[in-house]
Design a protein around this ligand. Sequence first.
Ligand SMILES: [Zn+2]
Length: 671
Amino acid sequence: MSVRASRVPMRCVSLCALLAAAAISACSGGSGSTAPNVIVLGIDGLDYNLTRELIEAGRLPNFKRLMDSGSFGPLETAVTPQSPVAWSNFITGMDSGGHGIFDFLHRDLEREPPLPFGWPYQSMTKETPVGRSLTLGGWYFPLSGGNIQLARYGTPFWQHLADAGISSTLVRMPANFPPVGIGDRELSGMGTPDLGGTPGEFTFFSTDRRQFMKSDVSGGHIYPADIIDGVFNGTLYALTDNPFTVEEADAVGADFEVFIDPDNPVAKIVIGDQELILQEGEWSPWVSADFELVPYVMSISGAVRFYLKSVRGDFGLYVTPIQIDPLNPGSAISHPDSFATELGNATGRYYTQEMPQDTKAIQWGVFDIDEFLTQAALTRAETTAQYKHLLESWSGGFLFSYFGSVDQVSHVMWGLTRDPDHPAYVAETHDPYSEVVPSLYAEFDDLVGYTLDRMSDDTLLVIMSDHGFGSWRRSFNLNTWLHKNGYMALQRRTRLPIREFFTGVDWGTTQAYSVGISALYLNLRGREPQGTVAPGDRDELLLQLERDLLATVDPLTGEPTVTRVFLRERDFHDRGNLEIGPDIIVGFAPGVRGSGNSALGGLTAEILKDNTDDWSGSHIWDPSAVPGVLLTSRALKRPASSLQNLAAALLTEYGIDGFPDGSTPVTIATN
Ligand SMILES: [Zn+2]
């Protein structure tokens, strides 16, 4: 028996007038043989300037074919250029005021017990309390309600395709977990957790003390490996809390054994009834790992790959985050449910978690650069094989496929290989990798060529990205900035740094705080539990913060650190979910990014510091500095200039009008 989370429909939104108008105009387009076929390849983080440079250098010949026959240009990104926000602009044709996604992280002021700054949560999904449940012995079984709900509001553009009878397939559309289930086939992408409900946590077993002494590894678990007589007994943990125990929560694990060859750099891994022989430096195929929630009654099925990092000298065994197994998915990752499995049967098991390129493993020193690039290539091989399979069996309509490698690899490699002034750049170490990012672009150029060679002449091919890229040199701690500029007070004995969650902040005299990468909130009376700012003083305080932020200069460079400030009511135009958002979105100058430490309520001693992390590239700054790309195989009937008006333009190809495009503010019913 497997556990299946019930799918909760997207909260009701009303765009009645628009829907009605679209339905009428769609009827004239119809679904007959005249409806065009459209393929959209969504390449997260494909940078406009680099794409142009590589086309001009003759290195992207298939992109050039598109440019010559159709169009090529920058695509305006979202406020703020974070992927969940940007893709939601594309999906709904609205800005954050409508679709309700403003930052990777939001804060929940209603969750109990109340926190002065709210409970931080990932913005794309929201957990809701489990409803009615049946208690049986020491276990409970949820019968109704759902645990995870999509928190992106608005009507996805493919609703209008469905209304017009046009078949659609959407593979890994971001911010679509659980899938809305409107298209003929949907596989969820960004926002999809691993089996344990996290964004993906690797496990690493090591005999190297320097490895497992690292404390508090975010995004992974590093455990010491005790090897006795050449045998290592390990356990993978899917859930650290078993949701099905009423009383004491306990961990849910799957055991495995590793037998190390005494003579050769080889090991045998036994998990369940599966046996794997791995050479040092070799990856295993996907294997299943079963976790018992209720002994003999209920188990959930996961999938993992092992990577035998080393057996000579120190032992090191990496295990991928435990995936929701596409061959036996325990929760809704596709629509219909069988679609995820069909893909797995066609081209093999695959990563189902969001953003599977393991940037955490390289950040924690578990992977070196080569190992990271190998793992990223494994993810790419899966998505490419799936795309080719879908293209081959596609009978027309609308096909969207998302690719995340360019974004994730650029996050690690951009600053290190494209910016000699990056604080972490070391010529001898990083120069050998200078071709990594351009060759990744060339790989997608090959995929475009593959598609062009196979598609019919009347098919429209669209290549798009959600934002560009740049080198992230300096980290800006917004909370420290607020403190040093008199907007955030500390209790008398508190000294900086503050590690996280605003420990030691004096909320009784604090006016503003930051949760998330670019988001500022006022400590508003009547809204925040310990609010100090009178609602009547809000507007003036926002303008004062804007002036102060724009006047901030990096003492190291003498350059401004913030080039745009967005005020919620002034700068977002769509309505319905504005209240979810921060009062201010900060548009950092290129090269400067909000620090990860500040995002969760940490304060450093200095406002600005060098970014010496392996995560050397970014795009979360003033949106005008990081446009995405739009390439089309023929001129669009109605040109698109931004993520927000692209879906409306694509629908126009089908004769469907009336989808939001940013030209007229849209108000959707408050959720
Ligand atoms: Zn990114």
